[in-house]
Design a protein around this ligand. Structure first.
Ligand SMILES: [Fe+2]
Ligand SMILES: [Fe+2]
Length: 328
């Protein structure tokens, strides 16, 4: 790896300057789960008859007529389990990411600002895992699981990628971070009346993830354009596949949840991702990464076809985190 600063576009900071800014951000705006969250405050108490646990409209299952027709106590129980399950899958993913980042750092040379930023990011992810686990424990369902066993096996693909195909590794990072971030931001923006503990955890997560997502975007913007044409084509096709597979890992509830609450197969099929509304949600999640893919020259005809076949094509966002724009 060379240490030359990436080519600057007019008026834009170079890669290393961006890394220094992100690192400064990690010092000036960061959170500690046991300082910045008042876990024992009375408003954070968890009650099993609290309607704020009901799954919101933003959740593909939460807006499904089957879910809405369930008795309120079951809707609350499902919402609690689901909220804990999303945190658990986030935690599973972050642990994987932390291990991958540490492995990546082994080959970062002296003087490279990636070392400092990536270590800040890993430290933040450690805090996120503690924050998520604390929330799961307080929600109280001991049987909550995150990734299913097949998903866990699929994540093994990350290890060779870290060493031999780091652009794919950072693509996988985005594949995990973008869906969670998109869901959390849509809940925060939508002003959903959620439990205050969940709200606080989400606020902190969204604030710190903004840096992580920026970093993965910048890493790919710097490295993809100079990849050799064959590897770049492979990545351009692997990219939407990684997004699609990881969306399911992150956003689809596990079999244990489906069995526990007796969710009919066709309800699951419609919610993930058969109904037109769910399909729109699925496309919207990736508007930012479609902009990245276009900007780095990875939207070739083969890639375009792959995005379309996977049902995650659509307009690219004009700026990061732009609210969903849908094709007419
Ligand atoms: Fe995180
Ligand atoms: Fe992250």
């Amino acid at each position: 790896m060379t240490l030359s600063t990436a080519a600057k576009r007019p008026g834009e900071p170079g890669y290393h300057e961006i890394l220094r800014n992100l690192s400064e951000g990690s010092v000036t705006k960061h959170f500690d789960p046991y300082v910045d969250i008042d876990w024992d405050s009375p408003e954070f108490a968890v009650y099993s008859d609290d309607p704020r646990w009901i799954m919101p409209e933003e959740d593909p299952l939460g807006r499904h007529p089957w879910y809405k027709a369930q008795p309120v106590d079951k809707q609350i129980a499902m919402g609690m389990w689901r909220q804990a399950g999303i945190a658990k899958v986030g935690l599973d993913f972050e642990q994987l990411l932390i291990r991958g980042l540490m492995q990546y750092l082994v080959s970062v040379p002296n003087g490279d600002p990636e070392f400092r930023y990536v270590t800040h990011e890993a430290a933040e992810e450690c805090n996120h895992t503690m924050m998520f686990q604390e929330m799961i424990n307080r929600i109280g369902y001991r049987d909550v699981i995150g990734m299913g066993s097949i998903d866990r096996k699929l994540t093994m693909a990350i290890w060779p990628a870290v060493k031999y195909f780091p652009e794919l590794f950072f693509t996988m990072i985005l594949g995990g971070e973008e869906p969670i971030d998109h869901l959390q931001k849509s809940l925060l923006r939508g002003g959903v009346d959620m439990h205050p503990m969940v709200h606080r955890v989400m606020q902190i997560h969204v604030a710190e993830e903004a840096r992580h997502i920026s970093f993965a975007h910048e890493y790919l913007r710097k490295n993809v354009p100079s990849m050799n044409p064959i590897t770049k084509t492979v990545l351009s096709v692997a990219f939407p596949i990684a997004m699609r597979v990881m969306l399911d890992m992150i956003a689809t509830p596990p079999k244990q949840f489906v069995d526990k609450f007796g969710i009919p197969d066709e309800v699951m099929r419609e919610a993930y991702w058969g109904s037109p509304e769910s399909q729109a949600t699925k496309r919207d999640v990736f508007a930012d990464v479609r902009a990245l893919v276009e900007g780095t020259g990875m939207m070739n005809p083969l890639a375009k076809l792959t995005w379309r076949l996977l049902g995650i094509d659509g307009p690219a966002s004009r700026y990061r985190s732009e609210p969903a724009r849908r094709a007419a």
